[in-house]
Design a protein around this ligand. Sequence first.
Ligand SMILES: NC(=O)c1ccc[n+]([C@@H]2O[C@H](COP(=O)([O-])OP(=O)(O)OC[C@H]3O[C@@H](n4cnc5c(N)ncnc54)[C@H](O)[C@@H]3O)[C@@H](O)[C@H]2O)c1
Ligand SMILES: [Zn+2]
Ligand SMILES: [Zn+2]
Length: 405
Amino acid sequence: MKAVVYHGLGDVRLDNVPEPRIKTQEDAIVRITASAICGTDLHFVRGTVPGTKPGTILGHEALGIVEEVGKQVRNFRRGDRVIIPSTVGCGRCNYCRAGYFSQCNNANPAGPMGGTVFFGGPVSNGGLDGLQAEYARVPYAAVTLLKLPEAIDDDNAILMSDILPTSYMAAVMAEIQPSNTVAIFGCGPVGQLAIACAQHLGAGRVFAIDAVPSRLAVAREHGAEVINYNEEDPVEALRSLTGGSGPDRVIDAVGIDAGTAASGPAKPSRATAKAFAAELEAIAPKLSKSYKPGGAPSQALRWAVESVAKGGTVSVIGVYPLTMNSFPIGLVMNRNLTVRAGNCDHRRYMPEMIELVRSGTIRPAEWITQKEPMQSAIDAYQNFAAHDAGWVKVKLEPGALERIA
Ligand SMILES: NC(=O)c1ccc[n+]([C@@H]2O[C@H](COP(=O)([O-])OP(=O)(O)OC[C@H]3O[C@@H](n4cnc5c(N)ncnc54)[C@H](O)[C@@H]3O)[C@@H](O)[C@H]2O)c1
Ligand SMILES: [Zn+2]
Ligand SMILES: [Zn+2]
């Protein structure tokens, strides 16, 4: 089958690989009908989140049709149309049963402290093969998979695998109350859907910050008040738009590949730029040359903490590697801030997301800007990584590929 395979920093290829097989009786094999590329995949390819083994199939977003199930999978059968959440949990440990599927005690072969398990990621995240492929093996399938109602088509379903539950959890972690002012750093897919989720939770005003004009335009179309950090200092702009207080809730939907202002009043001093370079060197000594990292690892976090109102909440859904340790704790402490962060517990939010989409409350298909066959996957990685104008979210369509024997 065809699959997107990680070969090393900056090196992803569309390869012919063997089809997956059932390994345990709790597995299922799913034929993938839609997949996607996430900002998290870019961190692996850039090298800012290290540890993916060459040969790993990438991708953690997909839906498809069940091909085969192990004997212990009693709730699905061949032919069922299913959504595959990005993270894998066993469903029976105390963490899964409390909704912390990303902190499952059993899914990681390294044991309870091993870390979140998701498809197509670093060895420390379970090292599972991913979902940018024609077929995938799904562990703990009885718990991981969910049936998709017919009323939700593939275009509306694909963002439910990761982006919608992630953005929703970001909004929940931000503790948004009706009428609150909310600022969202990053207008990639996660930031865009976080705007929709903040609105759904009743936010009074939503501000969106980025430097990519076409992404800011999408945010504005969905009702956000936009700030371009290459033109304005986002911390100052947020203060002036909120009567001096700053927004009540702030979401970091950027992560380790944060950039900083290239122009305008927020452009960092030489000393600050040097400090960012040192941060990058410390967290990721080896980087891809072709897929450029953001270059200012703590910038989005710093702006988030600096801009939030006293007593406010900062929600960190952007991904940071274990090696990241610069964080403005002094401001957090002195302004009585709450900080919440984490990998998404996809499975916990999925039933609620199915209802949100089935009811038409949120229509995720609105944020898909490209639909590409698998043959174009590598080009799509490059366009998405470069934030090319008009590229917000790409859906990959493995079904559009002719089977290769
Ligand atoms: N915690 C989770 O479970 C989870 C799940 C999915 C994605 N994520 C993470 O969410 C983040 C966003 O994902 P995405 O797919 O939207 O990625 P993306 O790379 O498409 O979007 C990131 C956006 O942030 C913007 N940006 C860069 N620096 C900025 C700054 N200093 N201030 C404001 N904006 C800035 C970029 O221009 C870009 O538009 C990534 O870190 C990804 O790994 C986390
Ligand atoms: Zn993701
Ligand atoms: Zn578990």
